[in-house]
Design a protein around this ligand. Structure first.
Ligand SMILES: [Zn+2]
Length: 513
C-alpha cells in the first residue's frame, strides 16, 4: 500500500491528535499562546482564527493566506505522508499541510519556517495552526521589510513562495473569486471575493495542431518523458489525482529533477487543461504501462472529494472522448483505468471518491457513442530491427547517426545502386482491404531527395518517391492502398535512385482505418 495516495478521508493520527489538542477545552502549548497573545482571536481553535492569528503575527494579509491555503489544499490538511518528496514518484512532489511547505533537494520552505518560527518541523508538517503560522512567516520573510497594503504588492512574493507565476495566478484567481466551504471538521469558512486582486496576464503557447485543441502547452522537462512515435501502442488512458495543486503538478513536470510527467493535467475549479507531454511521446506516470497509455492528472487529493468538480469531470471526459476516438480506444473500464489498476504499482489514486460510472458515461456522451468505436482496426510497425521481418544486403550499413531514427538504429545505402537489391519489410495483412501505408526515416541534409518506396497492392506494385532530407522522425504517408490478405515482403526501399545521397531504410507501418 502506497502511503502517497492513501484513500483515507480521516486525518492522520498525529494531525487528529493535534486537532483535538487545539480544539478541546484545554487549549495549551506554544501555538495557543500565540493565538491568545494576538488579541484578535475570532474563535479559538477554528481555521479562521488560525489564519487571522498568523496574518497578524507576520503582517501578511489574511485574505492572501486564506487564498494560499485554499489553492494548495482547499483548507483541508492532507495526510502528512502526502507531503514527502519522493523522486521518481508521480505524486511525490511534496508539500506539507495547508500551506504546502516543501522540503526537497532544491526547496526547503519547511526548514525555513522552522527557523523563523521556532516550531519543530514535525509540528509544522502535522499541526494545522503551526503549518499556517509557518507559511505566513516564510511569505513575510520573502516579502521583506516592506509590507504592501495593496494585495497586488504581494504577487511576486506569492510567486516565489509557490515556485512561479502559474501558482501565483491560481492564488490571485482564488482571491478574485472568493471561496467558501465546510471543512471536514464541520467548520464553515468563507473568503469574500477580492475584486482588487489581479492575476497577471502571461502568454502560453497553444498545444500543437495535432494535439488536444482544448489544452494549453506547458512542456515538461526533457528528463521527465521519452521521445517516441506513438501510436500504434496507445490503448489505455490512466486517470490520476495530483496530490497537490494544479500549478504544483505542472511545475513538477517542468522540473528536471522530477523524472515524472503526465500528458494532461486538469484544474479543479474550471476544468482548464495544461499539456506537459505530446501524446506520441511516453510520459513517466505509471511505470509498466507508460509505453501504452496517456496519463491524465486531476488536481486534488484522493482524501478530499470536494476537488472532483463537475467542471473537472466534464473537461476530463471531453479530453478522454477525443483520445478514444483518435486512437480507437474502447470506452470501457478495461481501457480507461485508474493509476491503482495499472499492474505492478502501489498507488491508490484516483481513490474511492472518484465517480467512475459518471466519468465513463460522460466520455461516451462526448464521444457520441455508447459502444466501442470501430474496434476492427489494425496496425503493424516493422522496424529494420524487427526479427524475421527485415531483409537487406550487407551493402546497407547500420547507422545510429540521427536521433530521429525509429528504434535503436537504421540502415543506410551510401551509394544508389542498380545491383545491390532493395531493403525489404515483411508486412502482415490480416484481411483484404484498404490500408494506409507509412514510412519513417531520420532526415539529414544530404540524404537522398528521391528515394523510392515500393508497395505491393492487390493490383500489383506501385512506387512512391520521397525526399529523405525532409520530414524526419515522423510517419509519412505513402498513400492508402488496397492490399490483399497475407504475409509477405510487400513494402520495399529501392536501392536505385536518379540522385546521389544516402538512401535510408528505417521503419514502415500499415494502418487499417
Ligand atoms: Zn497516479
Amino acid at each position: 500500500m502506497c502511503s502517497k495516495c492513501s484513500t483515507t478521508a480521516a486525518p492522520s493520527a498525529l494531525s487528529r491528535r493535534d486537532f483535538l489538542k487545539l480544539s478541546g477545552a484545554g487549549v495549551a502549548g506554544v501555538f495557543a499562546i500565540g493565538v491568545m497573545g494576538s488579541g484578535k482571536v475570532l474563535a479559538q481553535g477554528t481555521l479562521s482564527s488560525e489564519f487571522q492569528t498568523a496574518a497578524d503575527k507576520y503582517g501578511v494579509p489574511v485574505e492572501l493566506l486564506m487564498a494560499l491555503g485554499y489553492t494548495n489544499a482547499r483548507w483541508e490538511t492532507p495526510p502528512v505522508e502526502t507531503g514527502d518528496y519522493e523522486p521518481g514518484d508521480l505524486h511525490g512532489m511534496g508539500g506539507y499541510g495547508i500551506m504546502a511547505l516543501k522540503q526537497d533537494p532544491a526547496t526547503n520552505t519547511l526548514g525555513r519556517a522552522s527557523e523563523l518560527t521556532g516550531i519543530p518541523e514535525a509540528d509544522l508538517k502535522a499541526n494545522r495552526a503551526a503549518n499556517i503560522e509557518g507559511g505566513a512567516a516564510v511569505l513575510a520573510d520573502i516579502q521583506g521589510t516592506t509590507k504592501p497594503s495593496d494585495i497586488n504588492g504581494w504577487y511576486d512574493a506569492t510567486a516565489k513562495f509557490g515556485e512561479g507565476d502559474l501558482f501565483a495566478n491560481q492564488v490571485y484567481e482564488t482571491l478574485q473569486d472568493g471561496a467558501s466551504r465546510e471543512t471536514g471538521s464541520g467548520e464553515n469558512v468563507t473568503l469574500a471575493p477580492q475584486p482588487a486582486a489581479e492575476p497577471r496576464q502571461f502568454y502560453t503557447a497553444q498545444a500543437a495542431s495535432d494535439q488536444y485543441p482544448g489544452s494549453t502547452w506547458y512542456g515538461a522537462h526533457a528528463n521527465n518523458f521519452q521521445y517516441a512515435s506513438r501510436p500504434p501502442t496507445i490503448d489505455r488512458i490512466v486517470v490520476h489525482v495530483t496530490q497537490g495543486s494544479w500549478s504544483s503538478a505542472i511545475n513538477w513536470f517542468k522540473d528536471g529533477r522530477a523524472f515524472v510527467s503526465a500528458h494532461y493535467t486538469i484544474r479543479s475549479s474550471d476544468g482548464f487543461i495544461g499539456q506537459s507531454v505530446r501524446e506520441d511521446d511516453i510520459g513517466y506516470h505509471c511505470r509498466d504501462w507508460n509505453y501504452r497509455s496517456i496519463g491524465i492528472e486531476h488536481e486534488g487529493y484522493v482524501s478530499d472529494r470536494s476537488w472532483f468538480t463537475d467542471a473537472m469531470y466534464r473537461s476530463s471526459a471531453k479530453l478522454s472522448a477525443y483520445l478514444c476516438k483518435k486512437y480507437n480506444i474502447p470506452i470501457d473500464r478495461t481501457h480507461i483505468v485508474g493509476h491503482n489498476e495499472v499492474p505492478g504499482n502501489d498507488h491508490t489514486d484516483p481513490g474511492n471518491y472518484w465517480d467512475w460510472t459518471r466519468y465513463i458515461n460522460l466520455v461516451k456522451e462526448y464521444a457520441g457513442t455508447a459502444s466501442a468505436p470501430r474496434p476492427n482496426t489494425y496496425s503493424q510497425v516493422v522496424d529494420n530491427r524487427t526479427a524475421g521481418r527485415f531483409r537487406v544486403s550487407s551493402r546497407w550499413v547500420t547507422s545510429t547517426y540521427s536521433a530521429q531514427r525509429y528504434g535503436s538504429n537504421y540502415r543506410v545505402l551510401k551509394k544508389p545502386s542498380r545491383t545491390t537489391g532493395n531493403a525489404k519489410f515483411k508486412i502482415k495483412v490480416p484481411s483484404a482491404g484498404r490500408y494506409v501505408v507509412q514510412a519513417r526515416w531520420p532526415a539529414v541534409d544530404g540524404y537522398n531527395t528521391a528515394t523510392t518506396f515500393m508497395i505491393r497492392t492487390a493490383n500489383g506494385w506501385v512506387r512512391r518517391q520521397v525526399d529523405q532530407s525532409k520530414n524526419g522522425g515522423r510517419w509519412v504517408s505513402l498513400g492508402a492502398h488496397n492490399l490483399a490478405a497475407g504475409d509477405g515482403w510487400w513494402v520495399q526501399v529501392s536501392s536505385k535512385s536518379p540522385r546521389q545521397g544516402y538512401i535510408i531504410a528505417d521503419a514502415v507501418r500499415i494502418v487499417k482505418r
